[in-house]
Design a binder for this molecule. Structure first.
Ligand code: NIG
Ligand code: FE
Length: 406
């Protein structure tokens, strides 16, 4: 039983559409049953709400923003790929390693060899590292199991993380990530199997969305379409790893299925941008993978901006292309490498990231009716979230109205 609590003495950055970028001084949040009932300068608190206050908490004059949303991670896997990193530094490409049976498939082998408990034990500190920087909502994809049994294990681990830690977890089935060895040369037979097990995973409450990797080293646009048709028939929203290494026109395909997001997008073209704009699909940019794969082709940020496509930023945490565990570092890289403004980067890890998960109405901003997920920072201005790197200014985290222990 939580009390209706007035969180006061905040320098507040609500990130509501049209809100000020600079903090609002002497602001407060009225929180009731895990949700924000009212937010604004304390002097404006409606008189009718004052008698509902049962407890008060001071935020000590700290800058307060919505909790961060990491909307694209592959957090649950076995092993690591440091040896592959060495190979790439010696000249092998990500694609060459994948075609030689390394890459994602080496993580599939390590994931299958691990027990569910081991998968949980290895993912737990990774999730904790993200949470320590103020993440309160986290997407976790499967995609390293690639069988009904092993995909279910990874998704169960993801759900368990959301039950044990103070974080809202959204799970995404990424069975169409790579072709498992038992289906070599038979991608369509594998897709038939993956499509057949999707309803069971959904019935077990393990799937919030469906993703695919549309690429020459993964699945074709036609195969991606089959997976999307199956997902939509089950009422599941779709997302796509699109145009990361080449232009497969996957973004337009995904937008045609009403995709929540298209992610990576280094090779996105104008037609893909127009289709995403028309569908309201979020562009999730992943500076960690861009950096770690030493890509030189930038996603078309200026064109996305001009078309009004909302941009999100995520860690893409995974052992192959982005082994980082700092969403704040991704905000910095989004500015320095991808040329977002600090305001775009911060919106990209809050409001727009929530939209990429279908949570735009309830998360990623501080507004009445939204989850009471917020962070108090040792910072003066929100632009500093994208400015510092290698420093953690997160001081207090409140999730669903309850302060979490950092
Ligand atoms: O988002 N692009 C495909 N999937 C991951 C990488 C997976 C891996 O290399 O293990 C990504 O970059
Ligand atoms: Fe990814």
């Amino acid at each position: 039983m939580t009390h209706t609590t007035l969180w006061r003495d905040a320098r507040l950055v609500t990130l509501q559409p049209g809100s000020a970028w600079a903090p609002v001084d002497d602001a407060a949040l009225l929180v009731d049953a895990g949700h924000i009932r009212w937010v604004g300068p304390l002097a404006d608190l409606p008189a009718a709400l004052a008698p509902t206050i049962q407890a008060e908490q001071s935020l000590g004059g700290a800058m307060v923003t919505p909790g961060l949303v990491d909307c694209h991670t592959h957090l649950v896997y076995g092993g690591h790929r440091a040896a592959e990193f060495e190979l790439r530094l010696q000249g092998a490409s990500y694609e060459q390693i994948a075609r030689a049976g390394g890459g994602i498939l080496s993580t599939v082998a390590a994931t299958r060899a691990a027990t569910e408990e081991q998968l949980y034990a290895s993912a737990l500190p990774r999730a904790r590292a993200l949470l320590a920087e103020g993440v309160t909502t986290l997407e976790i994809k499967s995609g390293y199991g690639l069988s009904a049994e092993h995909e279910a294990r990874c998704l169960r681990v993801a759900r368990r993380l959301g039950q044990t830690l103070p974080v809202t977890v959204r799970t995404t089935s990424l069975a169409a990530h790579a072709l498992p060895p038992e289906y070599t040369g038979q991608p369509d037979a594998y897709l038939d199997a993956a499509i057949a097990w999707l309803p069971q995973l959904q019935a077990a409450g393990l799937v919030d969305a469906v993703d695919a990797f549309c690429e020459t080293i993964a699945f074709s646009p036609g195969q991606t379409r089959r997976m999307f048709d199956a997902a939509r028939a089950l009422g599941l929203p779709v997302k796509l790893h699109a145009e990361q290494l080449s232009n497969q026109h996957g973004a337009a395909l995904a937008a045609g299925h009403g995709a929540l997001s298209c992610d990576h997008l280094e090779h996105l073209d104008e037609a893909g941008i127009a289709a995403m704009a028309a569908a309201g699909t979020v562009a999730v940019l992943l500076p960690g993978a861009f950096y770690f794969l030493r890509e030189s082709r930038l996603p078309p940020v200026a064109a996305l901006r001009a078309a009004g496509v909302p941009m999100a930023i995520a860690s893409d945490h995974n052992p192959g292309s982005s082994p980082g565990l700092s969403l704040l570092l991704m905000l910095n890289m989004a500015c320095t490498l991808l040329r977002l403004t600090p305001e775009e980067a911060v919106l990209g890890a809050t409001r727009h990231a929530a939209a990429a998960l279908g949570l735009g109405a309830s998360h990623g901003q501080l507004a009445p009716g939204c989850a009471a997920d917020f962070v108090a920072w040792d910072l003066d201005h929100p632009r500093e979230l994208a400015y510092w790197f290698g420093r953690n200014p997160c001081r207090r985290v409140v999730r669903n109205g309850v302060e979490t222990c950092l």
